[in-house]
Design a protein around this ligand. Structure first.
Ligand code: HEC
Length: 138
């Protein structure tokens, strides 16, 4: 094999290593102040989800999540993804929330990245903090 042709790939591998473990990694460092801020941002989203869960989605029939799920805890986020009979497939938590939004709440389903759907998931999941993950469980 031609030795000269080997060098570019070695240089390439070296620069990749430097990129991964060198200056690139330094940019990912964070401080206690960052963690405080991130936790605060998370809390705000959880609180928003709690409000939406207890009526706040603006649906015309005014049905709210807590009428059938008295608190977030009986929504079993730790069992997702799992096969959901209503959807006829293995589904994620947000797809099941959308099923409830479309059916009992008779409202338009939300986009996966809709802040309201993210907030609902944050609240529901926070309610089950510490529970062992059991994806696929019924
Ligand atoms: C009229 C009653 C009703 C309302 C209101 C309702 N749901 Fe549901 N929900 C159900 C039923 C029925 C199921 C399916 C039963 C099951 O799979 O546990 C379900 C299932 C779920 C599940 C999956 C539970 C599991 O154990 O896998 C989640 C999550 C959920 N609902 C969230 C919500 C959210 C969020 C709202 C409000 C936007 C809401 N639901 C409103 C009746 C309701």
């Amino acid at each position: 094999m031609n030795q000269n042709r080997k060098y570019p790939s070695i240089i390439g591998a070296l620069s990749m290593l430097l990129g991964l473990y060198g200056p690139g990694a330094v940019a990912d460092e964070f401080s206690d102040a960052d963690i405080d801020r991130w936790e605060m941002e998370y809390e705000v989203v959880v609180e928003e989800g709690e409000k939406l869960f207890h009526g706040g989605l603006g649906n015309q029939n005014t049905v709210s999540c807590d009428q059938c799920h008295p608190n977030g805890a009986n929504t079993h986020p730790e069992t997702y993804p799992k096969f959901q009979q209503q959807l006829g497939k293995v589904a994620t938590l947000w797809e099941m929330i959308n099923w409830c939004i479309e059916n009992p709440l008779q409202a338009e389903k939300l986009a996966a990245d809709d802040p309201k759907l993210i907030a609902l998931q944050a609240y529901i999941t926070e309610e089950r903090k510490g529970v062992e993950l059991m994806p696929g469980k019924h």
